[in-house]
Design a protein around this ligand. Structure first.
Ligand SMILES: Nc1ncnc2c1ncn2[C@@H]1O[C@H](COP(=O)(O)OP(=O)(O)OP(=O)(O)O)[C@@H](O)[C@H]1O
Ligand SMILES: [Mg+2]
Length: 375
């Protein structure tokens, strides 16, 4: 028989809060989602008490996992400031629900142990080359001597397994922690490894916090100078929630030169500004077309739009990447240009972009206001 929300709540009666009261009556539980044997929910507590609740979260997950008919259970612990605004709850993607209010970046700013800086690669619009940029930027940062990780957080269409030709699944360490995959010197994890391909789209928005928490806190990332996060396209609720939940040092916006894409890029910049994440700059992707036969260049999308936009908005312009068949073919074959053609012109372009991003991070690090979680 299918597991229902009431079954889950009944089994949670066996789990106690730190003060001894039963979890299901504590008021800390989010709505419980249960379908096809998969169960998700979150526990929201005061930021000052997070430590005491971690064992409650674990126990809740274990109890639910042990229920007959449950194939997977994910329980996230999210923090709110005492007397402050609760963290935004993700609403179902495409539900048309009002966007969550910008919440203080409380627990999110605690950071991931061992990871110096986390940056998002984002775009307002899909298909502009965000994942391609994220991978090659990460490789470019690695060539600068940094230890780099990549987190594919695109819940709607994880693409890192394809871009990096990853066929294997991450191993589990000690029951719950995941060992990331290594590729071209990068430490890689994809949300695609924990979100089932069969999961209906409407659920994916709901799962953002659980899946992200798991990716950030339950993966053995090791010591990293930079973690590059490939975000899902768009500026909806799910993206805003992610921007709030991931302790970001900065964001890189990818846009094509077209007007329409630029309008979306503007929305992306506005979204990060709203949650106090510094925008490290804009990359103009598919900036101009370079004929692979004769090398002739044509500005099919009206080259230069992103540079002007960056100037207008007062954010750095990070560089132009041409629309080139080598980039597409190599990306789609899991052979990113920076790693497989390091002496070529595209690798050079990505390394220059990486170097500007690193410079921006140093500046952002100096200028970033310290957000302290109230105790
Ligand atoms: N500069 C480029 N030259 C040629 N092809 C490119 C370039 N950048 C990206 N592409 C190709 O465009 C397609 C979309 O790129 P990519 O998947 O990186 O975009 P995305 O913004 O991450 O898309 P999504 O919104 O679906 O996540 C891919 O086939 C990729 O190989
Ligand atoms: Mg992508």
């Amino acid at each position: 028989m299918a597991v229902t929300k009431d079954d889950v709540l009944a089994s949670l009666a066996r789990v106690s809060c730190p003060d001894g009261s039963p979890l299901h009556k504590s008021g800390a539980l989010s709505d419980v989602l249960a379908t096809d044997g998969k169960v998700f929910f979150s526990i929201t507590v005061d930021a000052a008490q997070v430590k005491g609740w971690e064992s409650v979260r674990k126990q809740a997950e274990e109890v639910v996992r042990a229920m007959p008919g449950v194939t997977s259970a994910m329980v996230a612990l999210t923090a709110e400031r005492r007397g402050g605004t609760a963290p935004a709850r993700p609403s179902p993607a495409g539900s048309g629900a009002a966007a969550p209010r910008p919440a203080p970046r409380g627990e999110a700013n605690v950071g991931v142990p061992g990871v110096e800086s986390i940056i998002a690669v984002a775009s307002g619009k899909g298909g502009v080359g965000k994942s391609t940029t994220a991978v090659n930027l990460a490789l470019g940062l690695a060539t600068l001597g940094l230890k780099v990780g990549v987190l594919d957080a695109d819940i709607y269409g994880p693409s890192l397994p394809k871009l990096l030709a990853i066929k294997e699944r991450p191993q589990t360490l000690g029951g719950t922690r995941l060992k990331p995959i290594s590729r071209y010197g990068l430490t890689v994890m994809s949300i695609g490894f924990v979100v089932d391909e069969e999961t209906p789209m409407i659920w994916r928005g709901q799962m953002v916090i659980s899946a992200l928490t798991q990716m950030l806190r339950e993966v053995e990332w090791g010591a990293l100078d930079v973690m590059v996060v490939d975000m899902p396209p768009g500026t909806g609720d799910a993206q805003l929630t992610m921007a709030q939940q991931v302790p970001l040092k900065g964001a890189v916006i990818v846009s094509t030169p077209q007007d329409l894409a630029l309008i979306d890029a503007r929305r992306g910049i506005a979204m990060f500004r709203r949650v106090n994440v510094p925008v490290l700059g804009i990359v103009e992707n598919m900036s101009y077309f370079e004929c692979p036969e004769c090398g002739t260049r044509s500005d099919i999308f009206g080259h230069g739009g992103a540079r002007h936009e960056a100037e207008r908005l007062g954010v750095p312009f990070l560089g132009e990447v041409p629309l080139h068949i080598d980039i597409r073919e190599k990306s789609d074959a899991g052979l990113p240009v920076v790693a497989t053609d390091p002496d070529g012109p595209h690798a050079k372009t990505y390394r220059e972009i990486a170097s500007r991003v690193r410079q921006g991070l140093t500046v952002a690090g100096r200028a970033a206001p310290k957000i302290v979680v109230e105790a």
